[in-house]
Design a protein around this ligand. Structure first.
Ligand SMILES: CC(C)(COP(=O)(O)OP(=O)(O)OC[C@H]1O[C@@H](n2cnc3c(N)ncnc32)[C@H](O)[C@@H]1OP(=O)(O)O)[C@@H](O)C(=O)NCCC(=O)NCCS
Length: 248
């Protein structure tokens, strides 16, 4: 029997989930895609041959379904805890999806709502928290801990014994040196080479990575318990919640 699955959000990453589900089902039928929940679309609309079923707050109506979230970008990553909270669903209603062509150690541990894309590699004794997104071709070295809600964009490399903080974003092709800690809600820009710890909420770019004043600084986001505890950022270019959701 297959398990009904609903995708939260209609961002480009929905394609990745479709591919993962298709690849899993090709080996052994496991998932039945039911549709999307998305605040920015009209219920009944079609997207990628599936129905938009309603907004995120409608999630609890679908009692037999599990869920997976594809909302999140370098603009909106800090909002992911609030987005998940809006569904009102407990962690066990979220599916962890691993592409069959990802290289995942049997000694790695995964929370709920994790997505592991094609070609990613997750080594032994890695801990991956709830709602983490691991992009195609990303590498996570042994003994590293990836905090809940963190996002690794395509081809990000996290070396061994690293700590990637809750709600942080590691940009495409960025590299994190072994044992380095990336703080909660920090963002590592695409292509950055991170050789020392990144403070919570910081945005760092370049080689070696250094902080910049950025449009994605923490105070440009709506308040959340994690973000509220961060130092005030140097540069604030505010964007609203609805703007952030539409850039998922
Ligand atoms: C770091 C980042 C968030 C900055 O975004 P932003 O706040 O809009 O910044 P801007 O584009 O206004 O750039 C600010 C400055 O930083 C520089 N900069 C931006 N991103 C950079 C990067 N990744 N590496 C080096 N320099 C960068 C810009 O050239 C600019 O420099 P300047 O002030 O001298 O002209 C963004 O560029 C980034 O890297 N996001 C991750 C993208 C990614 O991984 N996408 C994957 C999608 S699947």
């Amino acid at each position: 029997m297959t398990q009904p699955l609903i995708i939260l959000g209609t961002s480009g990453s929905a394609y990745d989930v479709l591919d993962i589900v298709e690849a899993i089902n090709a080996r052994s039928p496991a998932w039945e895609l039911v549709g999307f929940l998305d605040d920015a679309r009209t219920p009944g609309e079609r997207h990628l041959n599936l129905e938009v079923l309603g907004p995120l707050t409608a999630a609890s109506r679908f009692e037999r379904c599990l869920f997976v979230n594809v909302i999140g970008s370098d603009r909106s990553y800090r909002l992911r805890p609030q987005l998940i909270a809006r569904t009102g669903l407990p962690a066990d209603r979220f599916a962890t999806l691993v592409h069959p062509q990802a290289g995942v150690s049997s000694r790695a541990r995964f929370g709920r709502g994790v997505v592991v894309n094609f070609g990613a590699s997750v080594a032994g004794n890695v801990t991956v928290g709830d709602h983490v997104s691991i992009g195609p071709g990303s590498v996570i070295g042994h003994d590293s801990v990836i905090g809940p809600f963190a996002m690794l964009a395509p081809a990000a490399i996290v070396s061994g014994f690293c700590q990637v903080g809750e709600g942080s974003y590691i940009g495409a092709g960025a590299m994190i040196r072994q044992t380095v800690r990336v703080g909660a809600c920090a963002l590592v820009g695409m292509g950055a080479v991170v050789v020392k710890d990144v403070p919570p909420g910081a945005v760092v770019v370049g080689n070696p990575a250094r902080p910049i004043a950025s449009a994605v600084s923490p105070r440009s986001r709506i308040p959340s318990p994690v973000v509220e505890s961060l130092p005030v950022a140097a540069n604030v270019r505010g964007t609203s919640l609805s703007e952030n959701l539409s850039t998922s």
